[in-house]
Design a protein around this ligand. Structure first.
Ligand code: SF4
Length: 496
């Protein structure tokens, strides 16, 4: 008789999917597995260790306790929520509640991998190029995953995800939205289509990398609008050219009319810009948005000029036209009919166009994760969840995501935003509900934790976390230290 007993499947209760997982297999999200009948979190718990860089002590006779040459407390670890797991639904305490002494203060960090069905990402794409109109829909895999927001200085902004796309549409829409968010947050490249019909732009977005727009890799973020560029470089053009036009989709600048030109006594040239005049030397709507000069749809800058006024214009007068990134430039001289004719650009003006380009920063995509720590997640921290919110608002509790500094939005709830490049790689996961899984940590004094109804009996010292399945990452030298006293507003003398 065959007496081999097939191992029973075990139920994962880390998310509402409730997978039944056979021995040696993982669940639907690949985060949990059945290992010899035990449910285990597959990814290792990630600990950030401060740098161990040592400096030479300056107090040769001082005691080692006063100064050990280690300016950042080299051995102090910070337990992140990356790989910690989750306790959804949070009728039970967060997976790890870890204490350690920081400068004589008993601190506790509550770590959990939050399941965010309501989260999204904000994308900042540094480019002048037109990637879509405000409110245009952003598609991935043929499904709507977000939209174009307001343009900001030198950048286009996208808002992706959110509850409307994750759970408010079809199953496929939710799945593809979750997939795009996950890949973006884990630093992968994601191709999106913006707009519909003939008005479609293809953009490849990857955190920390230049965007690829319709197959072309963007290089520079503009130095400023056309008017700002006039202000910045006006002095360099004096004596070398009669007039300068900085072509820009937002504000095109004209040196001779601009305040900067007036201050420097640049004479009127009779130049006429076709566009809506805002203030002297500043013009809106000179062309449609596009991928040409200065984020307009033109490749020939002369298209934005009307006839020169013969009262001021003269034969031989010179004109430099340049874009806000300096990548496009052209030089003209007026002929006898006061029509600009292309001419060889003097070296000094070429140098000035190069200087504009040199002053532009590289174009990159930034991906910011945004999510709200809901009441359920907060219950994993305390039996009285609203007290955690109040503690965060009072700056007694410091919020981080994978150890990275999280911006806490004002108003109700604990809504945070974080630059995913500040987080350890592979910080994000997903569950097929669909929702994104993101690490979140709350750090506060043990005394404050007790006061807000924390799960005190679950606290364990950080030294007990030392197991083989830990992943240790170095703290970013420029980065954020969640345990730094600068994050907490109690006085230095208060050690309780
Ligand atoms: S999807 Fe993942 S977290 Fe959810 S129950 Fe299945 S294995 Fe557990």
């Amino acid at each position: 008789m065959n007496d081999i007993v097939k191992p029973e499947k075990i139920r994962c209760d880390a998310c509402p999917v409730n997978c039944f997982i056979a021995d040696g297999k993982s669940g639907a999200c690949d985060r949990y597995a059945n290992h010899d009948g035990n449910l285990i979190r597959i990814d290792p718990l990630t600990i950030i260790e401060s740098t161990d860089q040592k400096l030479v002590p300056f107090l040769q006779d001082g005691s080692p306790e006063e100064w050990d040459g280690d300016i950042v407390k080299g051995n102090r670890p910070f337990v992140t929520a990356v790989g910690a797991g989750t306790t959804y639904p949070d009728y039970k305490p967060a997976p790890f509640i870890v204490s350690q002494d920081v400068d004589g203060v008993d601190m506790v960090t509550v770590v959990t991998e939050g399941i965010f069905s309501y989260c999204g990402v904000k994308i900042k794409i540094d480019t002048d190029r037109h990637i879509g109109h405000e409110r245009d829909v952003v598609f991935a895999g043929g499904e709507a995953i977000g939209h174009v927001m307001t343009s900001e200085y030198g950048s286009k902004m996208l808002s992706l995800g959110g509850v409307e796309h994750l759970t408010g549409g079809t199953k496929k829409e939710g799945r593809l939205t979750c997939d795009a968010l996950l890949r973006l947050c884990n630093r992968e490249a994601v191709e999106v289509c913006i707009g519909e019909g003939e008005n479609v732009t293809h953009v490849i977005i990857q955190a920390g990398k230049a965007p690829i727009i319709n197959g072309g890799e963007e290089k520079l973020m503009r130095v400023g609008c056309g008017s700002a560029t006039i202000g910045m470089f006006a002095k360099q053009w004096l004596g070398h050219v009669d007039d300068v036009v900085v072509v820009d989709d937002h504000i095109t600048g004209v040196l001779s009319e601009h305040q900067a030109g007036k201050e420097l006594h640049v004479q009127a040239t009779g130049l006429k810009i076709i566009g809506r005049r805002s203030t002297p030397g500043r013009y809106f709507q000179v062309a449609k948005p596009g991928t040409g000069w200065g984020g307009t749809d033109i490749d020939d800058p002369l298209k934005i000029l009307g006839p020169f006024n013969p009262k001021f214009a003269k034969e031989g007068m010179s004109l430099l036209m340049v874009s806000t990134t300096g990548e496009q430039s052209a030089y003209f001289e007026l002929d006898a009919d006061l029509v600009p004719q292309p001419a060889e650009m003097p070296d000094v003006l070429r140098v000035s166009a190069n200087l504009i380009a040199e002053n532009c920063e590289p174009s990159v995509c930034s991906v910011l994760f945004m999510g709200g720590a809901g009441g359920s997640l907060r219950a994993g921290v305390t039996e009285n969840p609203v007290r955690l919110t109040r503690s965060v608002k009072e700056s007694l509790t410091h919020v981080s995501c994978g150890g990275a500094d999280a911006y806490v939005w004002p108003g109700g709830g604990i809504t945070v935003m974080v630059d995913i490049l500040d987080m350890p790689t592979g910080s994000f996961g997903y569950v097929p509900t669909p929702a994104l899984v993101a690490p979140i940590e709350f750090t506060l004094r043990v005394s404050d934790y007790s006061a807000l109804g924390g799960h005190m009996s679950e606290i364990r010292p950080v030294k007990d976390m030392e197991t083989d399945s830990l992943r240790r990452v170095q703290q970013n030298g420029q980065g954020h230290d969640p345990m730094s006293r600068a994050n907490y507003r109690w006085p230095k003398s208060d050690k309780h």
